[in-house]
Structure formats: structure tokens, C-alpha cells
Design a binder for this molecule. Structure first.
Ligand code: 4NP
Length: 151
């Protein structure tokens, strides 16, 4: 079965669209066909493009995020996707609270799912550019680790 991966953060304008773009990019480099998406637990930014700082940081690594638009996670996502990855523990708790019976179990992206030390991808929204670079460092390592688990 084709893997369908959904990344979830709070606003869907910083961390989860970055993870979506990075995983899609890495999978493409490896010639892997994956379906990748992202969503937010909140609805404040629905319809918006990713944060300009996230797009700029990704562009610096050759990754394009311009076509992504924010949406809110839905109950249907728990049966539509084969993996749902939360960017931090708070996102994970929100996902667990809305998971329908029979829906897939959400997991933290950093940890066993990606062969990385467990933890949060810190929210860079209220910080500076350095936070976005750190976010991408964590996401790139986890995306590589996750792809290794598939092969
Ligand atoms: P994200 O970052 O969850 O990584 O997309 C945030 C973006 C917006 C807000 C919070 C976090 N906000 O409060 O608007």
C-alpha cells in the first residue's frame, strides 16, 4: 500500500508544512512515491501560505513551499492517512483527543518513528530566523530516519 503521511502542528504555517515539503523533497530524491500532507490543530491560518520565514529557510535548502496552503486537521484524516505525525506533545495530545474509533494512532515525529531522539520540534513562530534553521535541522534528520524505516 502506498504510504500516506500527514504532519500536524498548531497553525500549519511553520513546522508541519516544512515537514511536508522536506519529506516530499527527500522522497523525490530517492525516487519514492509517497503521499504527503500537513494540517494544523487550530484554524487561525486556514487558507494561508506558509510563514514567510519558513519558506525562506526552506528555499535556502533548495526546497519550495510556495504552493502549500494551511488547513485544519479533520476526523477523516485518521482513516485517510497511514501515518499521522505530531510535531510536539501538545499537538499529539490534541490529536489523541479527536482520534475516532478505528482511526490510526498519531505519533510524535521525533522518536521511534524516525529513529531520532524523542522530543518536540520547537515552535519557531515567536522567535527569529535561527529557530527556523533549527526546526529544519530536526525535520531533515527525522525525515531521513523515517524514510529509512520504510526501506
Ligand atoms: P506552527 O507555528 O504550529 O509550527 O505552524 C505556529 C503558527 C502560528 C501560531 C502558533 C504556532 N499562532 O498562534 O498563530
Amino acid at each position: 500500500m502506498r504510504h500516506r503521511i500527514l504532519f500536524v502542528c498548531l497553525g500549519n504555517i511553520c513546522r508541519s508544512p516544512s515537514a511536508e515539503a522536506v519529506l516530499r523533497y527527500q522522497a523525490g530524491q530517492q525516487g519514492l512515491s509517497l503521499e504527503v500532507g500537513s494540517a494544523g490543530t487550530g484554524n487561525w491560518h486556514v487558507g494561508q501560505a506558509p510563514d514567510a520565514r519558513a519558506m525562506s529557510a526552506a528555499a535556502g535548502r533548495g526546497i519550495d513551499m510556495q504552493n502549500l496552503r494551511a488547513r485544519q486537521v479533520s476526523v477523516a484524516d485518521f482513516t485517510r492517512f497511514t501515518h499521522i505525525f505530531a510535531m510536539d506533545q501538545s499537538n499529539l495530545a490534541d490529536l489523541q483527543a479527536m482520534r475516532p474509533e478505528g482511526g490510526i494512532m498519531p505519533a510524535l515525529f521525533l522518536g521511534p518513528a524516525s529513529n531520532t531522539p524523542p522530543g518536540d520540534v520547537p515552535d519557531p513562530y515567536y522567535g527569529g530566523a535561527q529557530g527556523f534553521e533549527h526546526m529544519l535541522d530536526l525535520i531533515e534528520a527525522a525525515a531521513e530516519g523515517f524514510l529509512e524505516t520504510l526501506s
